[in-house]
Design a protein around this ligand. Structure first.
Ligand code: NAP
Length: 216
């Protein structure tokens, strides 16, 4: 459709003859505007995810007070991130097509807001977890405050909301697949953490749910 930014809509210029002799004209202004808007959109959404992954890699990992974990898990994590990053990036650059008014589309605006909301919860919850321990302490305590008031897996909930926000904002199958994978992978972690807390702490708040406030 003419309202869709399609990167295959490059004006035909012929095959062998010089473009000038065929009366070649630069791309129509509306095309360049559409293309620019598309590039801006891709840069914006990709920038949000790169920013979050930068925080997770270079800030989060240096500030948490967790126990050491197996190298194998680190390597699998890296492999997954490389593959997933390639998949999301390739799709955004070569496959995605958006209407030229996508910046004001409800899916884009609500998705970005959801992404930022989830990222805020995730970062805040990780800070609360970090504050539970003094340096060198590896014991588990009852998380308090923020969304932990309602769920045991507040950091996981934030992460899931964030990637569903990204999926809605980009309206892309790879992004929805990643959001679903995140739900399937860290949703059960929240549930197991919750069961652990209930078993370990007799004074654990009974009204607190595992992953979704007031529901589950
Ligand atoms: N998108 C994805 O597919 C994906 C996958 C995995 C993780 N993540 C994200 O990565 C982050 C970390 O994941 P994770 O599985 O390591 O989270 P986690 O099990 O909640 O642990 C996070 C950190 O907090 C510490 N901690 C957890 N509960 C604690 C408690 N009750 N008392 C004291 N310290 C506690 C942990 O220490 P210990 O190391 O000693 O347990 C660890 O350092 C989360 O934000 C998660 O959402 C995303």
């Amino acid at each position: 459709s003419s309202s869709v930014c399609c990167r295959s809509e490059v004006p035909a210029t012929g095959t062998t003859q010089p473009a000038a002799s065929l009366g070649f004209r630069p791309p129509a202004p509306h095309f360049t505007k559409m293309y620019l808007c598309m590039c801006l959109y891709v840069v914006f959404t990709s920038g949000l995810t790169v920013f979050f992954i930068y925080l997770r890699t270079f800030i989060y990992s240096f500030f948490m007070r967790g126990r050491p974990f197996p190298l194998q898990i680190l390597l699998f994590g890296m492999l997954f991130c490389i593959y997933n990053g390639f998949l999301q990036g390739y799709y955004m650059i070569y496959c995605a097509q958006y209407p030229k008014d996508w910046f004001t589309d409800f899916r884009f605006t609500s998705g970005v807001l959801l992404f930022l909301f989830g990222m805020g919860i995730n970062i805040h919850s990780d800070i609360l977890l970090r504050q539970l321990r003094k340096p060198g302490d590896h014991t588990y305590k009852i998380p308090q405050g923020g969304l932990f008031t309602y769920v045991s897996g507040a950091n996981f909930f934030g992460e899931i909301v964030e990637w569903f926000g990204y999926a809605i904002a980009t309206w892309s199958i790879p992004a929805f697949a990643f959001a679903l994978f995140t739900l399937c992978f860290i949703g059960p972690r929240a549930y197991h953490h919750h069961r652990y807390y209930l078993r370990m702490f007799t004074d654990y708040p009974k009204s607190r749910k595992a992953l979704i406030p007031f529901i589950f």
